[in-house]
Write a protein that binds this ligand. Structure first.
Ligand SMILES: [Fe+2]
Length: 383
C-alpha cells in the first residue's frame, strides 16, 4: 500500500516569523496562548520576546512555560498540562528544538484527554479527544518534530525512553524561519544536523518508504550533507542556515511517514544511560549501519542494499566503506567524538545497549535484520 499523510500547514522562509499572529488567527480557538520554550536560549536571543510582542500586538494574551529541557520527563509534561487545564487556552505554540516542540505537542493533546501522561506512555489509556491547536516553531535544524505526530519523553530515574504518537498530535502549522537558527552554537549545529541526516537516510532505506517520502528523503540527504559543515564553520551564514532548515524540514516530512530504523533504535539507550545528546547518539552508528545495510541477505527488504547504493552515490562516494569513513571524518571536523570510548562507553556497557537497543516500531523498519550478534559486532568495532 502506498500511503503518505501529513496534514501540517508548512510555512517556510526568512522572516516568516513576523507573520506569527496571522497564523495564530487562522488556528487559535481564542486569544489566549501558551508559549512553550526552553529555560534560557530563546529568551536570551530575544526570540521569545519578539514572538510575545508580535502576538500581543494582535491582542493575544501570552503566558509562558519556559521549562522545556533536553529529554523532557513525564513530570514536566504533567506540570504543563495542568497549566493548560486550568487556563482556557486557545492555542499552544512550541518554540525551540525537538524537546521544546515535543513538550508543546504532548501538552496540547493531553489537556483534552484525562489523566497523567504516564497513563498514555504505558499504554493504559488511549487518546480519544483532539487537543488544543498547536503551532510549532523550530529553532534548530534537526529533529523535524514540527511535522511529526510524536513526542519523545524520557523517564530519567528509570532511564527509559517513551514515545507518544497519534495522528491527533500533528501541529496545525509549522513556521520554519531559518533566521531563527542563526544563534545555534556550533556544537548544536553539528549534533542536531547529524540527527537530521540520520533521519533522512533512515527514511530512505526504511521498509516503510513510499514514493513521496523518498522524494523528501533524497532532497534532505543532499541539502544536509552539502551544508552541515558550512553551517558549522560559518554559523552566521544565512545561506547555509536556510539550506539546513529546509533539509531538516524535508527529513521531517520523510520520516514523519516512514519512522526511523536501527540507527535511532540503538541511539536511545546510548542517550538514556550515558547522557549522550540525541543527534550525536544517532550519528555514532550511522556509518556502521550504512556498511551493515549495504550487504544483501538476511533482508527485511530485498531492495535495501540497492537503496544504500543510492545513498552512497548521493554522498559522492564509491562504496559504503568510503561513505562511513566520510561521515566519521565529517564528525571529527565538527569536533564530535566518533568512538564509543570517547564518550565513556566501554566493552562492559555494550550489553545494556544491546538489551535496550531493539526499540519496537523502529528497528523492525531497518532494511536488514539486526541480530544481537550483529549489533554486538557493530558496537565493538566502534569502541
Ligand atoms: Fe532523531
Amino acid at each position: 500500500m502506498i500511503e503518505y499523510y501529513n496534514p501540517v500547514d508548512v510555512i517556510f522562509g526568512k522572516k516568516k516569523i513576523n507573520k506569527i499572529a496571522r497564523y495564530a488567527d487562522k488556528y487559535a480557538m481564542n486569544k489566549k496562548v501558551l508559549l512553550v520554550s526552553g529555560r534560557k536560549a530563546m529568551r536570551e536571543q530575544g526570540i521569545t520576546t519578539r514572538i510575545e510582542n508580535l502576538l500581543k500586538k494582535s491582542d493575544y494574551e501570552v503566558k509562558n512555560f519556559e521549562k522545556a529541557e533536553a529529554n523532557p520527563t513525564p513530570e514536566l509534561i504533567d506540570e504543563g498540562v495542568n497549566i493548560l487545564r486550568d487556563g482556557d487556552f486557545g492555542l499552544v505554540v512550541g518554540l525551540g528544538g525537538g524537546s521544546a516542540m515535543d513538550c508543546a505537542k504532548c501538552m496540547a493533546i493531553l489537556v483534552n484527554n484525562e489523566g497523567s501522561v504516564i497513563d498514555y506512555l504505558e499504554n493504559r489509556r488511549k487518546l480519544v479527544n483532539d487537543g488544543i491547536p498547536l503551532i510549532e516553531i523550530p529553532t534548530t535544524s534537526g529533529t523535524g518534530s514540527e511535522v511529526t505526530m510524536w513526542s519523545t519523553i524520557w523517564d530519567a530515574s528509570a532511564k527509559k525512553k517513551y514515545s507518544l504518537s497519534d495522528r491527533k498530535m500533528y501541529a496545525k502549522a509549522a513556521v520554519v524561519d531559518p533566521e531563527l537558527t542563526i544563534g545555534l552554537t556550533q556544537r548544536m549545529t553539528a549534533t542536531t544536523g547529524m540527527d537530521a541526516l540520520c533521519q533522512a537516510i533512515e527514511a530512505y532505506w526504511s521498509r516503510n518508504h513510499n514514493p513521496t517520502s523518498d522524494k523528501h528523503a533524497l532532497k534532505a540527504i543532499k541539502l544536509i550533507y552539502e551544508n552541515i559543515e558550512n553551517a558549522y564553520k560559518d554559523p552566521s551564514s544565512i545561506t547555509a542556515r536556510e539550506k539546513m532548515a529546509l533539509g531538516s524540514l524535508e527529513a521531517g516530512l520523510a520520516f514523519s511517514n516512514t519512522k526511523t530504523t536501527a540507527v535511532h533504535s540503538v541511539s536511545y539507550p546510548i542517550t538514556a544511560h550515558f547522557g549522550v545528546p540525541h543527534g550525536l547518539a544517532c550519528a555514532l552508528t550511522l556509518g556502521s549501519f550504512i556498511k551493515y545495510n549495504s550487504v544483501s541477505g538476511n533482508d527485511n527488504m530485498p531492495e535495501g542494499a540497492e537503496r544504500v547504493k543510492k545513498i552512497v552515490n548521493l554522498l559522492g562516494c564509491k562504496s559504503s566503506e568510503q561513505s562511513a569513513e566520510r561521515i566519521v571524518q565529517m564528525m571529527k571536523d565538527m569536533g564530535l567524538p566518533t568512538r564509543l570510548n570517547e564518550i565513556g562507553i566501554n566493552e562492559k556497557d555494550i550489553d545494556i545497549i544491546i538489551k535496550e537497543g531493539f526499540t519496537p516500531d523502529r528497528v523492525v523498519h531497518n532494511p536488514r535484520i539486526v541480530t544481537e550478534e550483529s549489533l554486538r559486532n557493530l558496537l565493538r568495532e566502534l569502541l
